[in-house]
Design a protein around this ligand. Structure first.
Ligand code: SF4
Ligand code: F3S
Length: 469
């Protein structure tokens, strides 16, 4: 069965950490009582502990899937730990006493707006926030606690000389094998058949909160006012009229891309059960070539509309994740097959110039050794490839080759044909380079969104949870 799925790519090399995505997501969807603490879209600084605190520590939170005797099981089910998150895992939401600024009493000192607890409405002291460790503020304390230091000595990198940072914007991944869907006893969470968006039916949700524990990305938010859970909806009301999600449209850095991919639903379980070091490859293998006549024929037979097939052929997500392999899933070892992908950050990647002030096209100088790179490859691999360094190297190597290709043309005055040897080394063509340049450097045509007039949704239009038993 071939299905269409919306996917997103986020280019970490250009994220400037402005939080426009997070703020606009908040303003549009969670700016209301019961969701004060909820940030469907948020931006973290790495190394850091993220939001909610240490969300990647599954020993603590029990999210995602694990393989037991070769079968996929919810970690929640295996470990039988039921511990919903508490406010202290997020932060105590606050506003400010703005009246103190607008109508201050006459006095000797400048007026100050003190923080006010949004729940108790009383003055409070701020001790944590969703981006407390932003821009490495307190990295010497929090950076070392980052769970991605697996197999790396954090203390070496957290010294002043070696310290590095990058931003990690996050949202629900609208996974192909969503743990949240499988965990809900009332089947309130479902994955839309037509585009793979994962939603919570508010009339069915009874507030069990298993979904919150099962989601390894901690992107389910309990609404204390309604007693039901909520999550990112990939801005589906916008998508349905051809607009991108609000975090994508308002991204100042133009680093977010949205498109459709076609995938083989029957292979989802197999891909999610692959050995850890093969998880990224297995994930890629179920994304299908939208130009393949056999895929097109089957997709049509399975009800994928023509405009979705056409969109899949123009999809930045297809090219970046599947064709060029420059985008990677966040923590594939959680085995949910997330559909938000990340282009890993390069900077600063070039360790030194060649003798003539040019980059040496040889592999070792394009990608310096781990010791030379500011951002350790193993750290990126732990985050985006279940520890498989080769996947990260492949992506970075291609990104550097693109830079070198255009540098040769624009700085050294070489012809495209002469400059292309650097592309051949990494398996890219001039056409690939032009398209990558258009998307990544210029930020043009960042979304390709097919619209759909759909009839009212029936229960049979939901994809059942995928779980081996
Ligand atoms: Fe569900 Fe995946 Fe979204 Fe978590 S990230 S809420 S598991 S679809
Ligand atoms: Fe199900 Fe989560 Fe609601 S487990 S009942 S969707 S709180």
């Amino acid at each position: 069965m071939i299905r269409a799925q919306f996917a997103m790519v986020i280019n970490l090399d250009k994220c400037l950490g402005c939080h426009a995505c997070a703020i606009n997501g908040k303003k549009v969807w969670t700016n209301r009582e019961g969701q004060e603490y909820a940030w469907w879209a948020n931006v973290e600084t790495r190394p850091g502990v993220g939001y909610p605190k240490l969300w990647e520590d599954q020993e603590r939170y029990g999210g995602g899937w694990v393989l037991v005797n070769g079968k996929l099981r919810l970690r929640l089910e295996v470990e039988k730990k039921f511990k919903p998150l508490e406010m202290r895992d997020y932060y105590t939401p606050y506003t400010y006493d703005y009246k103190a600024l607008f109508a201050p009493e006459v006095g000797e000192e400048q007026p100050v707006a003190n923080p006010i607890n949004m729940y108790t409405k009383k003055p409070m002291e701020i001790k944590w926030s969703p981006n407390w460790d932003d821009d490495l503020g307190g990295a010497n304390i929090y950076g070392k606690a980052d769970p991605n230091w697996k197999n790396i000595q954090a203390s070496i990198y957290m010294t002043l000389r070696n310290i590095f940072m990058f931003y990690l914007p996050r949202l629900c991944n609208h996974c192909l094998n969503p743990a949240c869907v499988a965990a809900c006893p009332t089947k309130a969470i479902y994955k839309r058949k037509e585009d793979g968006i994962v939603l919570i039916d508010q009339t069915r949700c009874k507030g069990y909160r298993y979904c919150e524990i099962a989601c390894p990305y901690k992107k389910i938010f309990f609404n204390w006012k309604t007693g039901k859970s909520e999550k990112c909806i990939f801005c589906y009301p916008r998508l349905e009229v051809g607009l991108p999600p609000i975090c994508v449209e308002t991204c100042v850095g133009r680093i977010r891309y949205v498109g459709v991919v076609l995938y083989d639903e029957d292979k989802v379980l197999e891909a999610a059960s692959a050995p850890e070091d093969k998880l990224v490859a297995a994930h890629r293998s179920i994304i299908l070539d939208p130009f393949d006549p056999k895929v097109i024929k089957q997709a049509k037979a399975d009800g994928v509309p023509d405009n979705f097939i056409k969109a899949a052929q123009e999809s930045p997500a297809y090219y970046m994740f599947k064709k060029w392999e420059i985008a990677l899933p966040l923590h594939p070892e959680y085995r949910t097959l997330p559909m938000v992908f990340y282009i890993p950050p390069l900077s600063p990647v070039i360790a030194s110039m060649g003798p003539n002030g040019t980059y040496d096209a040889k592999y070792e100088s394009i990608i310096p050794s781990i010791d030379e790179m500011r951002i350790p490859l193993q750290y990126l691999a732990n985050m985006f490839a279940a520890g498989n360094v080769d996947e990260v190297k492949k992506a970075l190597k291609r990104l550097v080759a693109i830079r070198e290709f255009f540098r040769r043309i624009n700085v050294e005055g070489m012809s495209k044909m002469a400059a292309a040897s650097v592309l051949q080394e990494v398996g890219l063509s001039i056409e690939d380079a032009d398209l990558i340049y258009k998307w990544l450097a210029l930020g043009k045509d960042r979304w390709v969104i097919p619209t759909r007039n759909r009839p009212p949704r029936l229960a049979s239009q939901r994809i059942p949870s995928i779980q081996s038993s």
